[in-house]
Write a new protein. Structure first.
Length: 132
């Protein structure tokens, strides 16, 4: 029998447990340049959001937010958050792979365009047909 072992998730060489013990500013140093600058400058906003979210979670209320520019930090892993897309709240479960990304990436604000068939007169070939 072949044993299948699930590989433990690491982010920049650190395990989830190590990341959860880090401060937001320490975690920001593990991110890419743009995310790192945002994390170092706006860490107070992220901490404020985490504090409000924990209070709502303690009361068994849904965590809803309009803040699409917040970076996902290790403390948020496993949370269920509804992110506003401009029209409705999109429910998102935060996983390890989302670390360092922004909320807005997981709640698209523009719908996907689905082009249908061209109508009569829309193409040069269809103009030659009779319009009966």
């Amino acid at each position: 029998m072949v044993e299948t072992t699930k590989k433990e998730f690491t982010f920049r060489g650190k395990t989830i447990e190590e990341l959860k013990q880090m401060d937001i500013r320490e975690f920001s140093k593990c991110l890419t340049s743009k995310s790192r600058r945002y994390g170092l400058r706006q860490f107070q906003e992220i901490e404020k959001f985490i504090g409000r979210a924990k209070k709502k979670a303690a009361k068994n209320k849904a965590i809803k937010t309009h803040q699409r520019d917040l970076i996902i930090v290790p403390e948020m892993i496993g949370w269920r958050i509804s992110i506003y897309s401009g029209r409705m709240f999109v429910p998102v479960i935060i996983t390890e792979e989302m670390l360092g990304h922004k909320f807005g990436e997981f709640a698209p604000s523009r719908s996907r365009i689905k082009h249908g068939k061209a109508g009569v007169g829309a193409t040069k070939g269809s103009r030659a047909k009779s319009k009966k």
